[in-house]
Every structure is written in C-alpha cells, then in structure tokens.
Design a protein around this ligand. Structure first.
Ligand SMILES: Cc1ncc(COP(=O)(O)O)c(C=O)c1O
Length: 416
C-alpha cells in the first residue's frame, strides 16, 4: 500500500495480475454484467450468448420442482437462519446431512456455506503444526487453505498427483508422529481430469497421512460404478471416492452444492469424531452466517431429484459432453478429454491471443470461461468450456461450429 496525494491508501499492483486486469478491462467476457438469463441463453446488452461457462451441470438451476421448493421453506423458516451453526441450525441441516451421508456412503457429513470457507478453516485444523503436501494443480482455494496452515506453523510442499513415488519420498522424509495432510482436487476444475485416488489413498494410509480431496466438480456428476449404470459417469453422482471404488478410511472429502446442485452450500464427508471437533475448531461453524434458506431448500430438493432423475440427467449430460469432446479430438486440439467429463480446457499456443479469441467467441455468441494467467499456469492459458444438461443439441452444434472457426483463425494448441 502507498499513500496517494489525497491521503487515501492505494493497493500496490502486483505485476502478476496485470494480464488478468487488462482482460477484465477490455473483454466483454470477463467481469460481465448480464441483463437476462433464460436457461443457458444469456443476454448482455442486446447480444444473446449460449452459456458454456455454467457449473450447473445437472440443470438444477432451472428445474421447476427444485425452484418450487424455495417458497414453502422460506415461509416456514424465514429467508435466512442468521445464527452461526454453533448457535443453532434449522431442522433442514440434520435432514440434509443424513441424506447426504447415506448418498455418499460416508461415516458422517458436516455442512458449511462454501468449500472456500471449508478449505480456509479446516485445512489448518487438520494440519496442526505438521506437514502439508499440496498437489501442483490444486484449486486456488485449497492452496490458500494450505498457505494459511503454513502461517499457523505447518510446513508446505508441492507434489504432482501423477508422480506418486515423489509424494511417497516426501512423506517418508518428514519425521514420524507429526500430522501429515495431502491435499488435491477430486476432479480437476480446468481439465476434468480425475487423479488415481486408490494409489494416492493407499500411499497416504501406508504413511499415516490424511488425504483431503476437493470434489466440488465431481459431486453430482461422477458416482459409484454399477453393472446397470446408464453412462460411464457411474450412478447416483456420489462423488470421486465412490467413483474410484475407494473407502473413506483416511480420506476427508469436501464437496459442494454450488456446482452440480446449483445451491450455495458445501460439505465435508468425515468421521463423526472429527465432525464434533470441527464444531468447536472450524471458525465458520462458530462465527459465519449460514447458507440462506433458499439454498438449504434447493439442496434438499436437489437430493430428492437426484434420487429419482439424476442418473437419466447424467446420461444426457454425458452424451452431450461426448459430442463436444469428440469434436475437439477430431480438430486435433490438445485438450485433455480422457475422462469425458463436461469440462474441456482448450489452451492456446500464444497466450497473448486470448483477448482476440475471446472476442471471436463472443461474436459467435458463445460464452466460455477465460483462463488467463495467473488463473492458470502460463502454458495453459486459453479457455474452458463446460457443458450442462440444460444445453440443447442445437447449442452444442453452435459451440462445435465456433470451435472449428476458432481453430482455423487462431493457434489453438494441437496434440503433438
Ligand atoms: C475445485 C474448486 N474448489 C472450490 C471452489 C469454491 O467452491 P465454493 O463456491 O463452494 O466456495 C471451486 C469454485 O470454483 C472449485 O472449482
């Protein structure tokens, strides 16, 4: 911070943010204000776009049954509970936690407003003055939780999920006895990749470490495998641990309702003893305002809809995602498409073209997430496409045409 002539303090600009700050000023696809939303069609000024930046994978944000659940709940509980959870929780909380615990097949669950708050508060509690290992591509909010743990006395090292031997060496190098926490994403929020959880969980168990998995993009999309599953995402959408055939032994899973379930709520799947401890040790349980009643009601209604219609919705989501992924593969783009999830990262050869690419997609009426530096490493600058069940087949045709056009005009990275 430095003093200005007017005496106000001005934040010193970190040069790392310069590119993103420039994009924010110049691109209509960054920091936009939207004037109208009709499902996945959105209007900015007089320009209509198809939304491929939504994380509402199951289309619950416009599901009439889920929308109808809000008003009765608000009439019963008011708009907002207002107490911190330690002070008091409406019955909706234990009802959701019980249903969620059963769906996940976890020992117990604890609801808090957001995954960001969970990472910031729970990672330092689990780390104590021990050792934290964070995956190189872990979500920024996970990383921030780890940095906070370091600030409270833990050590912090990076590892790569695809190099388990290196993680093993790191775990062996720390003195025994002190807590060890290994943090990573269950589904990579940019690439849609899924790490080899069985290998990593086995390693952590062997070395006495807790595996902390952020599954905000997996919950609701991937789930347990079953002979009669309707698509390779598996059944029930109960998350990365079940999808990979793992148990919750030694694993703390964090999931969110803010993506597939279109609601402002998040959870931990954890042992009951840890849940009791977090009720006095995790600041948001003690001090934060809770999720609004509308979020609790939509989460509960979403769980009901998931039980009845979730697998059919996921099969449709998979079919639509494959249409995009196959097209991306046919264009020869260097997009990691292996897990066939509805998240497609398209990197550019030349990061400085991002603004022009964004302008082209905007003109084509295609709305995507821009992945500028430092949101992603320099060599992954590009854009992210997300498909939701609410995108129509005509929307996908338009997207695929726009991707063809972009790949002709710009240097999108190609598979070597
Ligand atoms: C991987 C990942 N973790 C955490 C978050 C933050 O979730 P929440 O909105 O619940 O704080 C996001 C949101 O983009 C995310 O992609």
């Amino acid at each position: 911070m430095r003093e200005t002539a007017a005496g106000l303090r001005e934040v010193r600009r970190d040069p790392r943010w310069a590119e993103l700050a420039h994009l924010r000023r110049t691109s209509p696809m960054c920091d936009a204000v939207l004037d109208e939303v009709r499902g996945r069609h959105i209007r900015s000024g007089d320009h209509w776009l198809i939304d491929f930046a939504s994380c509402n994978y199951l289309g619950f944000d416009w599901d009439p049954e889920i929308m109808d659940a809000i008003a009765p709940a608000v009439r019963q509980w008011g708009t907002h509970p207002s107490w911190s959870r330690l002070l008091g929780s409406p019955q909706l909380y234990p009802v959701i936690e019980e249903r969620l615990t059963a769906l996940l097949g976890a020992p117990d669950t604890l609801l808090l407003p957001t995954a960001t708050l969970i990472h910031a508060s729970v990672i330092p509690v689990l780390a104590e003055q021990g050792h934290v290992f964070v995956e190189a591509r872990a979500h920024r909010t996970v990383y921030d939780g780890c940095v906070s743990a370091r600030g409270q006395g833990a050590t912090l090292r990076r590892f790569r999920a695809d190099r388990p031997d290196e993680l093993d060496a790191l775990l062996r190098a720390v003195p025994s006895g002190a807590p060890r926490l290994v943090c990573l994403d269950g589904v990579d929020s940019m690439t849609g990749g899924i790490p080899d959880l069985p290998v990593l969980a086995g390693l952590c168990r062997e070395r006495g470490a807790t595996l902390y998995v952020d599954d905000t993009h997996g919950f609701g999309v991937i789930g347990e495998r079953a002979a009669d599953e309707l698509c390779p995402y598996g059944s029930r959408g109960n998350g990365a641990v079940r999808h990979t055939g793992e148990s919750y032994d030694g694993i703390v899973l964090v999931g969110g309702f803010s993506k597939a379930y279109s609601s402002l709520l998040a959870f931990l799947a954890l042992p009951s003893r840890l849940k009791d401890h977090l009720k006095v040790a995790a600041a948001p349980y003690l001090y934060s305002g809770p999720s609004p009643t509308a979020s609790l009601a939509t989460a509960l209604a979403g769980l009901e809809v998931n039980d009845r219609r979730g697998d059919a919705i996921r099969a449709d989501l998979h079919r639509k995602s494959v249409r995009v992924l196959d097209h991306v593969d046919a264009l020869g783009l260097d997009a990691p498409t292996g897990h066939r999830l509805p998240i497609v990262e398209i990197p550019l050869v030349d990061a400085s073209e991002l603004e022009a690419v964004a302008g082209f997609l905007w003109d084509q009426g295609i709305y995507v997430t821009l992945a500028a530096y430092p949101l992603v490493p320099r060599d992954r600058v590009g854009f992210r496409v997300q498909i939701t069940a609410l995108n129509s087949d005509e929307d996908i045709d338009r997207l695929n045409d726009a991707l063809t056009g972009a790949s002709r005009r710009f240097a999108l990275r190609r598979r070597s």
